[in-house]
Design a protein around this ligand. Structure first.
Ligand SMILES: NC(=O)c1ccc[n+]([C@@H]2O[C@H](COP(=O)([O-])OP(=O)(O)OC[C@H]3O[C@@H](n4cnc5c(N)ncnc54)[C@H](O)[C@@H]3O)[C@@H](O)[C@H]2O)c1
Length: 251
């Protein structure tokens, strides 16, 4: 039984699909009856993830920062499906430096993927969604782009802050043309990668200490918000953000 209206049979492009949140988002959308194009810069893991998920998946390598990659993927999906109904801009990379210690190299890398990648996705897939009769774009932001966070991850905060403003700007652009654009804004989510990287460290302790609910989020909790924004239950919601943050934004 599906729990979100309007995802059955919808054709979804998901970026960063082999990561911790990407797999949880894919699983939820597939459970709701969607067809999901799993894309990732790490093309080698896609087949394995698709096999573990089951359901109606298509796998395509996609570096979100590359315009020619978006063109290739959009063209392949139009050949396969005719159109696209939903884009989930989930791919992202992090950073740890502060305003003082961040390097120019990392700044460029993070903005290329998290900021430019999100824009290119909207630019290339949005018009296809519109021509196909409308649908939804869901961008994955971060609480670090909406607050001062833990006073580090500087370039990541800059890029995710841009995801918020791009979401609102694009939402107004398409407001009367059938394409809704919203963001989910997670705080710290206990993915395998995040726990593997930080468990037992001071940063992990700071994540918990600064989260009002006192625990990390679960990938499924982010996936539920993505499903809501992707489907028809959120039909009157655009330019908006769903915070999945254990209370961070209420502080
Ligand atoms: N885990 C968290 O606590 C958390 C919190 C807030 C926001 N987010 C955001 O959620 C999204 C997913 O994060 P995650 O925790 O699953 O991280 P992750 O590292 O597990 O997954 C990220 C995925 O993006 C892919 N990727 C990286 N660069 C890419 C590129 N250039 N093109 C296409 N794919 C690329 C990676 O291969 C990986 O599969 C990111 O945008 C991240 O910023 C995560």
């Amino acid at each position: 039984m599906t729990t979100v209206r309007g995802l059955e049979g919808r054709r979804v492009v998901l970026t960063g699909a082999t990561g911790g949140l990407g797999t949880a988002i894919a699983r939820r959308l597939l459970d709701e009856g969607a067809s999901v194009a799993l894309t990732d810069v790490d093309g080698s893991a896609l087949e394995h993830v698709a096999a573990s998920l089951g359901g109606d998946t298509t796998v395509l390598a996609l570096d979100v920062a590359r315009e020619d990659d978006w063109q290739r993927v959009v063209s392949a999906l139009q050949d396969r499906w005719g159109t696209v109904d939903v884009l989930v801009n989930n791919a992202g990379i992090g950073s740890t430096g502060t305003v003082e210690t961040e390097t120019r190299e990392r700044w460029d890398q993070v903005l290329e993927v998290d900021q430019r990648g999100t824009w290119l996705g909207m630019q290339h897939v949005g018009p296809v969604i519109e021509r196909g009769g409308g649908g939804s774009i869901v961008n994955v932001g971060s609480i670090l782009g909406a607050t001062g966070g833990l006073a580090n991850s500087f370039s990541y905060a800059a890029a995710k802050g841009a995801v918020r403003s791009m979401t609102m700007n694009a939402a107004l652009h398409w407001a009367q043309r059938g394409v809704r654009v919203n963001a989910v804004v997670p705080a710290f989510i206990g993915t395998t990668a995040l726990l593997g990287r930080y468990a037992g460290t001071e940063r992990h302790a700071a994540m918990l200490a600064n989260t009002p609910m006192g625990r990390l989020g679960r990938p499924e909790e982010v996936a539920a918000a993505v499903a809501f924004l992707a489907g028809d239950d959120s039909g009157y919601t655009t330019g908006s953000e769903v915070f999945v943050d254990g209370g961070w934004s209420a502080r």
